[in-house]
Write a protein that binds this ligand. Structure first.
Ligand SMILES: [Mn+2]
Length: 320
């Protein structure tokens, strides 16, 4: 019987000496939390480790222990014996790292997305896992690593962000068992939950206010539509990131199946879709050159604002 991935990863983490740890593009709490937890565990084992993010890490994650250890932007020179990619479905998701991977003796791919390519020496892919944090916790447990409170905080942050505070359907009994283990190791759960979900810059709150003010229903109450015009966004001093998550609110209205947000910037109209289930919004986004998942997708359009809205709304109408 082949050695299970968890045991193989444990063996490679113990035998490697220098580690390149990469997060994915547009990094989130899971990919960064895992990268930093692994960084700390490896450093405590006396190994060399570098955490790389091709994109800047959002300031909203700056509460994470070891946050300053992330090297964002240009990748380091090759020369690591082991590379670990955190939820990167393909190596390019980690940025310009092909040379580093080619020079490494071992490449470890840890991911909970079904679309992951099997590019690693070890591919630990578990689509039933809520998060990469849940998977990495299993690796550390199998290695009998006793996590520090800071490492537990990093993994707990990944767990909380990927499950929406244990609300998404992907949350399982195992997710809660892992959370319990992380609390036992000292993760400050209440503090992390507050920092992730109850802290927002004023422009982000104002942007949410604008989007909710502009919200209306179409298609007999099945579609929630909201708009954010450039002039409005400028009026509240909003950046593009301040509109993140706003589109989810439309799904709160009973009977709504698709929520769509049109956000205007200098060059284009950014369209975000959310679906509560039946409608595949990735197909709608693809029709306009975008993409995404069944329940969350987006596209960018270079047409006059009103024309974007009417084209997209008629595409949504056809999907019912
Ligand atoms: Mn994840």
């Amino acid at each position: 019987m082949p050695e299970p991935e968890v045991a193989r990863i444990g063996r490679l983490l113990r035998s490697g000496r220098s580690f390149f740890i990469a997060a994915h593009q547009s990094p989130d709490g899971d990919t960064i939390g895992c990268a930093l937890a692994l960084y700390s565990v490896l450093r405590r084992m006396g190994k060399k480790a570098v955490v790389f993010s091709t994109d800047p890490v959002p300031a909203s994650l700056s509460f994470l222990p070891f946050f300053k250890k992330v090297k964002a932007g240009t990748p380091p020179a090759p020369g690591f014996d082991t590379a670990v990619l955190m939820e990167c479905s393909s190596p390019s998701r980690a940025g310009n790292v092909a040379e580093i991977l080619a020079a490494a003796k071992q490449v470890i791919n840890i991911d909970h997305h079904r679309t992951s390519e099997r590019y690693g020496t070890v591919n630990y892919i578990d689509k039933s896992a809520s998060s990469t944090a849940e998977m990495l916790y299993g690796v550390f447990s199998a290695m009998k690593v006793k996590l520090t409170a800071d490492e537990a905080a990093c993994l707990y942050s990944g767990l909380v962000t990927d499950t929406g505070r244990f609300q998404f359907p992907v949350t399982s009994p195992r997710t809660h068992m892992v959370a319990a283990g992380l609390l036992e190791a000292g993760a400050p759960a209440a503090k992390i939950n507050k920092l992730v979900y109850d802290v927002a810059p004023l422009p982000a709150l104002k942007t949410l206010g604008l989007a909710l003010h502009n919200l209306h229903l179409e298609h007999g109450g099945r579609t929630a539509v909201s708009t954010l015009r450039l002039k409005e966004l400028r009026g509240v001093g909003a950046a593009a990131s301040d509109a993140e998550g706003v589109v989810n609110r439309g799904l709160m209205v009973p009977g709504v199946q698709v929520s769509v947000l049109f956000r205007e910037d200098q060059e284009r109209v950014n369209v975000n879709f959310r679906s509560s289930g039946r409608v595949d919004v990735s197909a709608i986004a693809r029709g306009f050159g975008g993409g995404g998942h069944r329940n969350a997708s987006g596209c960018k359009m270079r047409l006059p604002f009103e024309e974007c809205v009417s084209r997209v709304l008629s595409a949504i109408k056809k999907s019912y």
